[in-house]
Design a protein around this ligand. Structure first.
Ligand code: HEC
Length: 142
């Protein structure tokens, strides 16, 4: 049906301009390419994001975060990475969850000073890990 229609189009237009025979085909191809790529990419990204934080208790992480971490990370105080700042977190997330969690448990100094367990020794390692997972989940494109 499509080709029949196209043939009619070509026959009537051929004498005028040969380019017009090629253009509709090229347009059709690019629609297919863009269509496929566009459909696959967002799905792949959101899968990667949810895989990162799967296995962590995000509800617990949110509670721990709000009580212990948000004071700095909500606004990016003291050069801390601001929660929700997707660009700011990209390079950190590339280190991997384990590295980010270990640095959060032990504390570290680079551009700022991240206190061990956010300054609350009473937190368990798992609670800190959940809080990190919550922060990562809030800071990736979805
Ligand atoms: C007193 C402020 C403060 C508090 C409270 C705080 N942080 Fe931080 N955090 C920082 C700063 C500053 C940095 C950046 C340090 C640097 O890059 O030098 C940071 C960095 C981080 C990073 C990035 C680590 C990396 O590898 O890039 C994570 C994850 C993190 N904090 C998690 C937490 C968690 C979880 C809590 C709560 C349990 C918490 N932070 C509480 C100040 C804080």
């Amino acid at each position: 049906m499509l080709s029949k229609h196209s043939n009619t189009f070509y026959i009537t237009r051929t004498k005028e301009n040969n380019m017009k025979r090629i253009l509709p085909v090229a347009a059709l191809c690019s629609i297919f390419f863009i269509g496929c790529g566009g459909a696959e990419q967002p799905a792949a990204e959101s899968n990667a994001a949810s895989e990162l934080v799967s296995g962590y208790d995000l509800a617990n992480g949110k509670e721990i975060y709000e009580a212990n971490c948000g004071g700095c990370h909500d606004e990016g105080l003291l050069n801390s990475p601001k929660t929700g700042d997707i660009e700011g977190w990209t390079a950190r997330i590339e280190q991997g969850m384990d590295t980010m969690i270990k640095k959060s448990i032990d504390g570290y100094i680079d551009a700022g000073n991240m206190p061990a367990k956010g300054g609350n020794d009473a937190l368990t390692d798992d609670e800190v890990a959940n809080a990190v997972a919550y922060m990562v989940d809030e800071s990736v494109a979805k």
